[in-house]
Design a protein around this ligand. Structure first.
Ligand code: NCD
Length: 357
């Protein structure tokens, strides 16, 4: 199945699971060609990508290894098209490209591109595809990456797209790095299966929550607890997805209770850029949804604290030096797993796993 075998209208009506085969590489290795949403990754793919990320970070430790990695995609160019603010996602994709020798170009503000003159996004993307071999894109528009992937696959120059955040909807590469961080955090204490993960903050509008919640269903018996003020509680589509997967979950307003039961806590900031009227989020009482010294004291000794960042005050800085605070490592893990994803997208999994470094 290929994206140019199906009309956009028909593709749009498919479920995410049904869309998945259309987005795979033609080589039949199960790896994604376009990476658009978390549902594209099953357990085996997640394990392959984590293994590849571990391999890349090991190879990169020696000068010879790093120079080898820099040669593997030296013939490729990637366009970073970010029309929404970003620090970590932009920089870690850029660094991932640099590790693999991919040269890059970027647009970080549509006001500096021809979109400002009225060019359609479709035309902008086709323009990028004329000069680059991959597009890594972030947009405030839900579903845009999907539409653009279809457009490119139906053009004379099909190149892969990586969704680096689409509206309030999905952030698949963030979910990959979150999973990679959780897997590494629990690798010496029995693994991620059977753990309890607490999500706290703006669960309604946080796209990282939707993508990670889905990926956690790929692990056995992972319980999910959603802690948020009522107005920002996890949306119905996530609840329905968890019910369909028969996943054990709880919806709560009590962070301390949830932390006591948790193995991992995933804090998020209030996503007030989506407020329908200015200052609407500020009227919500979020004071009970912050992680500080008291919550840290309740967290298991082998537990971990994550945050996709940027943070405001939802994690007190006094937690930063605790060995369970994983957000700094999480951010660096993003670079490695994104390097793995880019290498895999270009068909280098076998070569890198089997190279002599
Ligand atoms: C997140 C995002 O952009 O969705 N940031 C990120 O990519 N690390 C989370 C956020 O902005 O709160």
């Amino acid at each position: 199945m290929r994206l140019n075998d199906i009309s956009w209208e028909d593709f749009e009506t498919l479920s995410l699971e049904q869309k998945r085969p259309y987005l795979e590489r033609e080589e039949g290795d199960g790896l994604p060609y376009h990476t658009l949403f978390a549902q594209q990754f099953d357990r085996s793919l997640l394990e392959r990508l984590c293994a590849l990320a571990n391999r890349i970070r090991f190879i990169n430790k020696s000068r010879e290894g790093a120079l080898y990695l820099k040669s593997v995609l030296a013939h490729k160019r990637a366009m970073l098209y970010f029309s929404q603010p970003s620090s970590r996602t932009f920089l870690s994709h850029l660094a991932a490209c640099q590790i693999l020798g991919v040269t890059t170009g970027s647009v970080r503000d549509a006001a500096t591109s021809s979109e400002f003159k009225g060019e359609s996004k479709e035309d902008s993307i086709r323009t990028f595809s004329s000069y680059f071999d991959m597009i890594i894109m972030r947009s405030p528009e839900q579903g845009l990456a999907e539409k653009m992937a279809w457009e490119l696959s139906n053009s004379s120059r099909s190149i892969p797209i990586i969704n680096a955040g689409s509206g309030k909807d999905q952030h698949p590469t963030q979910a990959l790095l979150d999973i990679y961080t959780l897997v590494r955090s629990f690798e010496n204490t029995g693994g991620l299966d059977g753990r309890t993960v607490v999500f706290c903050g703006d669960l309604l509008r946080g796209r990282t929550v939707r993508s990670l919640s889905y990926l956690l269903t790929r692990y056995e018996g992972v319980k999910q607890i959603f802690v948020a003020p009522k107005e920002l509680q996890v949306p119905q589509d996530v609840i329905s997805m968890l019910e369909e997967c028969s996943v054990d979950f709880e919806v709560s307003t009590n962070l301390k209770d949830a932390v006591k039961k948790s193995d991992a806590v995933y804090m998020t900031r209030i996503q007030d850029e989506w407020d329908s009227s200015k200052g609407a989020s500020a009227k919500i009482d979020t004071s009970m949804f912050k992680f500080g010294a008291e919550e840290l004291a309740l967290l298991k000794e082998d537990g971990c604290l994550l945050h996709p960042l940027p943070r405001r005050d939802e994690i007190a800085t006094c937690c930063d030096r605790d060995p369970r605070a994983m957000y700094w490592r999480q951010m660096r893990n993003g670079m490695w797993i994104r390097a793995a994803l880019i290498a895999a997208t270009f068909g280098l999994e076998r070569e890198i796993m089997g190279c002599g470094y």
